[in-house]
Design a protein around this ligand. Structure first.
Ligand code: SAM
Length: 285
């Protein structure tokens, strides 16, 4: 069988099916075997695992996953790619299920249940236009997931992994780190894709935590405070809280709560740890 990590094979498949790339689906196919191995290794895929692949494209990574995992469930929105996967590039794998659906509408808990009930490993070269909804859906959705190892835009990977004080630190960093431990496994240059994207990429692994690193009275309040803190980055936290429709307090009440907890009234969200946000959210709740 022909492996698609060879760019000549990718071109041959695209020509065989007169495939037209659809920009709206974020289609940038991988054409580098080293990068494929890096992703699959970072995910720690073994013959015991059920893998959910988001956006298999023409099946470049799907081939490697089918050879490394027990089972692979690949969900692809573009109907033009389904015959390529089923009748051509991945036709020899009997451990592959291809689903033609929008991953944002997929019942991922049902996928896990139907494939043995073990936590899934989610592996993907993600469509960048919906990176955040896909990742937050996986983290917050409650489906059993062991880890999420995905290619994303470099800046997004850096935001997910950033800590307090860094320019990349924000609501996404805190949301991701509440649910998972994040580490960037590799940076990937533009020439590893066809067509070449306009942005740099990185592989990030998010290992889901058994329980969050902080305990709060209300996670809704925790995330409302975090969103308020970063909605207006240049403003103080008390301003952000006072202006937020989600947090029921005035700026003066926010100052009283913050100073009561020992923070300066001019404190900014970008300097606070998750534990400090938890403290503030509990006081607000
Ligand atoms: N995995 C392939 C690779 O590495 O060569 C393709 C990756 S490409 C960056 C993203 C893939 O996600 C495309 O095949 C695209 O059609 C698919 N996709 C885009 N939006 C999707 C959605 N909402 N649900 C499922 N698949 C989607």
């Amino acid at each position: 069988m022909a492996y698609l990590s060879d760019p000549k094979e990718t071109i041959a498949v695209l020509q065989r099916y007169h495939f037209m790339f659809q920009k709206k689906f974020g289609q940038n196919f991988l054409i580098d075997g080293h990068v494929l191995s890096k992703i699959v290794d970072a995910a720690g895929v073994t013959k015991e695992d059920v893998v959910l692949e988001i956006g298999p494209g023409i099946g470049t990574m799907t081939q490697v996953l089918c050879e490394s995992a027990k089972e692979v469930v690949a969900v692809e929105i573009d109907k033009n790619l389904i015959p390529i996967l089923k009748e051509d590039t991945c036709k020899d794998y009997d451990n592959l299920t291809v689903i033609n659906e929008d991953v944002l509408k997929l019942d991922i808990a049902a996928v896990a249940r139907e494939h043995g009930g073990k936590p899934l490993k989610v592996v993907a070269n993600l469509p960048y236009y919906i990176t955040t909804p896909i990742i937050m859906g996986l983290l917050e959705g409650g489906a059993p997931v062991d880890n999420i190892t995905v290619m994303v835009q470099k800046e997004v990977a850096e935001r997910m992994q950033a800590g307090p004080g860094s320019k990349d630190y924000g609501a996404l960093s805190l949301a991701v780190q509440y649910y998972a431990e994040a580490y960037i496994a590799a940076f990937v240059p533009q020439n590893c894709f066809m067509p070449r994207p306009n942005v740099g990429s990185a592989v990030i692994r998010l290992t889901l935590r058994d329980k969050p690193p902080v305990t709060v009275k209300s996670t809704e309040m925790l995330f409302a405070v975090i969103r308020a803190a970063f909605a207006q980055r240049r403003k103080t936290l008390s301003n952000g809280l006072g202006n937020s429709p989600e947090v029921p307090c005035t700026k003066e009440e926010a100052i009283a709560i913050l100073t009561g907890l020992g923070f300066s009234e001019n404190v900014r969200g970008e300097t606070l740890t998750l534990a400090q946000f938890a403290q503030i959210a509990d006081a607000m709740a």
